[in-house]
Structure formats: C-alpha cells, structure tokens
Write a protein that binds this ligand. Structure first.
Ligand code: SAM
Length: 311
C-alpha cells in the first residue's frame, strides 16, 4: 500500500510539464510553495468506488456530446459568467464552472484524493503561468481560440501588457466578456467571434503571433481540419495546444481506460496528432513538443501539450 500523504513539489511539476526543475520560473515556484498540493492515492475499496462511480456516470448517458449543436449551451453558460462579471467587474467571476472543487482527481494514471478542495484550479494556475511564460515570449499578438469565459486572458495581459491579446470564440457571450473585461480593466484585449467549423479566412493573424487553444479544440470531434489548414496558412510563430489527447492514454490501465471511454462518449477530438505528423512529413509544419499531462480531473487529462509551427 502506498496510501500515505504525498505532495507535488518542484520536481514533480517539472516532470508533469516536461521541463527541468530549474526551468520553472520563480513566480511559479512560489505558487507551488504557497499552495497545498498534498494528496493521497485512492486504493482498495476507495479506488474501486471511484472507478465504478466514474464508469456508471459515463455509461448513464448524462454527459453532453461535443459538436455543432452545442452552441446554445455555451451561450447559456458564458452568459451566466457575463452577467456575474457585469454586476461585480470581478474577474474571479470568470472561473469556469467545470472546475469542481472537492472531487477526486487523476495523477500519474491513478485517482488521487487531494487535501485542498481547490487542488485542480491551483495546479492549473501554476501550469498556465509556466506555459505562458515559457512559450509566449515571442513579440507579436496573442490569440486564444475558444477562449470561453476569457479567464486565461488577464494572465496574458498582465504578463505581456505591450502585446495585443485576442480572445476568440463562437459564443457571442464569450466575445462580450472579453470586450467588457478590456473596457473595465483597460487591457489591450479584443473579443471576436470565430467558429472552428467555419474559420474566417479573412481574419489575418499579426506577424510573429502566438496562437493557443486550451480545452477548446477537444470540442471539434473530427471536424478540425478547416481550422488546422487556416492555422498552417496563417503561419503564426508558434501554436500551443493544451488539450486532452486520447491517443496518449494506456488502454491497459483502468484509470486511463475510463478516460478513453469518457473522451469517446463525449466525442471529443481524435486524430489531430496524426494529421500534424502527416503535415510534418510533407514539410509544412514542425512539431516542437508533445507531452502527455499525467494530471487531470476525475474524468479526463485536459492539459496535454502539443506545440508546433508552420514552416
Ligand atoms: C471547455 S471550454 C474552454 C474555454 C477556455 N479555453 C478555458 O480554458 O477555460 C471550450 C470552449 O470552446 C468553445 N467552442 C466550442 N466549439 C467551438 C467552435 N466550433 N468554434 C469556436 N469555439 C468553440 C466553447 O464555446 C468554449 O468556450
């Protein structure tokens, strides 16, 4: 039994991010030190109950299916965040409701029970800061496609105040949040409607720009090719995806197998990595990094990195 309390420290974060401990910036290291990243690994009966609960929930048909019909749901969800933000002008109102405190999480292919109910959002805050500081240094504008509540954008604007930050989404409520936030906080930020399924080719990216998607392209099933073509032709300096990647799970591990089942049940994206590798063989893109996240929510590892550029 390995049921004692453990704690994620600098070296575990480095291994999860795919970097060396000394490459983690000081402010990220400070966040790691300030937060409570202690947990227990679920074992025995506790593990069985979590696994059976997850499988039951997936198979009971309670989860929505990703795709073109989901726009009204996103409008409703981000509309609620917009309303709350307009009342308070507090960016904490933008934390998406899919961060659900207090649930078991997944780490290194096991279920874990964190001591702090906010373990996941705290982990994500460290990851996001590290990701943005490590890969977003280049000089041009920054574009988050599928930016949702826009809650990643203040971090980008604070880190890079001289750079224009675009938040794009197919939901008008999301676009309104970004523009309201820009106005209220005087950030160099712009919201704009953009649909992965029908990319607007007249929307030209600024030179040396950085593009990111975070848990957004997952929503496209297998209908991401038009967007991928748009990105390849737009030639940003770098494209950084943090998305669940079904191909990297191990189907012989039951915790991973449950995530595969969840991913396929919700019809999240598949095959993107193969498509990128094909484009690489054709000399059209260069894949710079692929890294499985080995951390995620009860159901899915949402933060796997795929980083590439057009050549
Ligand atoms: C899980 S949320 C992630 C939001 C944000 N990136 C984050 O990190 O919280 C998925 C986002 O993808 C957007 N989305 C889904 N399908 C889309 C499409 N066809 N075009 C553009 N955005 C889309 C949704 O509106 C939603 O904002």
């Amino acid at each position: 039994m390995n049921n004692e309390i453990q704690c994620l420290g600098l070296s575990e974060f480095a291994s999860l991010f795919g970097c060396k401990a000394e490459e983690i910036p000081q402010d990220c290291a400070q966040l790691i030190a300030e937060n409570d990243f202690r947990y227990r690994v679920a074992e025995g009966k506790e593990y069985e109950e979590i696994l059976q609960g997850v499988l039951h929930k997936i198979d009971s048909g309670g989860f929505s299916i990703a795709g073109e019909e989901r726009l009204p749901n996103w409008e409703k969800g981000w509309g609620e965040n917009l309303e709350a933000f307009l009342k308070t002008k507090n960016i904490l109102e933008l934390v998406p409701k899919y961060f659900r405190p207090g649930l078991p999480l997944r780490l290194f292919q096991q279920y874990i029970l964190p001591l702090d109910p906010n373990f996941e959002i705290n982990w994500y805050s460290v990851f996001r800061l590290w990701l943005f500081k490590t890969y977003f240094k280049s000089s041009g504008a920054i574009y988050e496609f599928g930016c949702g509540s826009g809650f990643n954008l203040p971090v980008l604007s604070s880190l890079y105040p001289d750079r224009k930050v675009f938040g794009l989404d197919w939901s008008q409520a999301s676009v309104d949040i970004v523009n309201q936030m820009a106005k209220a906080c005087r950030w160099n930020m712009e919201g704009r409607r953009f649909d992965f399924f029908k990319p607007d080719k007249s929307f030209i990216l600024e030179p040396s720009s950085i593009v990111t998607t975070i848990g957004a392209l997952e929503q496209t099933g297998q209908k991401y090719m038009d967007f991928l073509d748009y990105l390849v032709d737009s030639k940003p300096a770098l494209v950084v995806h943090a998305e669940p990647t079904v191909e990297w799970y191990d189907k012989n591990n039951p915790v991973d197998e449950a995530a595969i089942r969840f991913h396929k049940t919700r019809r999240y994206w598949e095959g993107f990595i193969d498509k990128l590798r094909q484009l690489e063989k054709q000399g059209r893109v260069q894949v710079i990094k692929t890294k499985r996240s080995y951390f995620g929510s009860l159901y899915v590892e949402g933060y796997s990195q795929t980083i590439w550029k057009s050549v």
